[in-house]
Design a binder for this molecule. Structure first.
Ligand code: DGL
Length: 269
């Protein structure tokens, strides 16, 4: 086990594939960091579950990653980020909602912001609360999109049926003329091309990977988190909590051109 604080890995978790969009951004921005990715495939989806259940998963995943000696945990899941206040920790825990809300607040010009997310994230209203704190003038429109996570897990990101479903979910937001759309679920950037087709070129799309990378960069600068100074290309380990026939191939597609090495099957509870 590596006790040099800066060289310890950063843990990143999600219920499944979605958090890989965050991992990919983190890897591109911080190539020297070591990462451990945990996909809680045994318990996906999170977004249909209650805050009580998601809090339990969050705690178990964080505790598991701590056993791997991580120096920080990125909760690469909006549904779990919605309940992140429920845990205390001796290492930094990064949620994706706070940085996403700040990025959207900076991006909007007409103060009309849309949020698409899981049912759990929409019910938690964390984006809404944070955005209203930043600027009470914002008009915020949330839309739960429960069908999108299964479509992504199924690999249907380029499919006419998915396009139609996205059109149906996004039409009410387009009707009120939002100029900024928070992709408030880490699975959704995998559907970015399909979403772009519906919203057109003028709506700013906010995704969790870019936003949380900015927050970590700022914490590296402030010495809140120690960056890895080894100069070596970091290592990424992939772990899942249940066997999945398709995870490796799908993960490879999302992470390309980065290789996805062998997946390790782990128990987190
Ligand atoms: N990707 C996750 C999120 O950002 C969870 C999706 C799910 O498991 O429902 O909310």
């Amino acid at each position: 086990m590596n006790n040099n604080l800066s060289e310890r890995p950063i843990g990143v978790f999600d219920s499944g594939l979605g958090g890989l969009t965050v991992l990919k951004a983190l890897r591109e921005n911080f190539p020297h960091e070591n990462f451990i990715y945990l996909g809680d495939t045994a318990r996906i989806p999170y977004g249909t579950k209650s805050p009580r259940t998601i809090s339990k998963y969050l705690e178990q995943n964080v505790n598991f990653l701590k056993t791997k000696n991580v120096k920080a945990v990125v909760v690469a899941c909006n549904s779990a980020s919605s309940v992140v206040h429920a845990i205390t920790s001796d290492i930094p825990i990064y949620n994706v909602i706070e940085p996403g809300a700040r990025a959207a607040a900076r991006a909007t010009q007409n103060n009309l912001i849309g949020i698409i997310a899981t049912r759990a994230t929409v019910a938690g209203r964390n984006y809404v609360t944070r955005l209203e704190e930043i600027n009470p003038e914002f008009k915020i429109y949330q839309q739960a999109c429960p069908l999108l996570v299964p479509l992504v897990e199924e690999g249907w990101d380029d499919d006419p049926i998915t396009n139609l479903i996205i059109y149906r979910y996004l039409s009410p937001l387009m009707a009120v003329k939002i100029d900024t759309l928070i992709m408030g679920c880490t699975h959704y950037p995998i559907l970015k091309e399909a979403i772009r087709k519906v919203v057109g070129p003028n709506v700013e799309l906010i995704d969790s990977g870019a936003s949380v990378s900015e927050k970590i960069e700022s914490d590296f600068q402030k010495n809140i988190l120690a960056p890895n100074h080894s100069g070596l290309t970091g290592d990424i380990s992939f772990m899942i909590t249940d066997t999945s026939e398709s995870f490796q191939a799908q993960a490879q597609r999302i992470m390309a051109p980065m290789p996805v090495k062998k997946l390790e099957l782990v128990d987190v509870f």
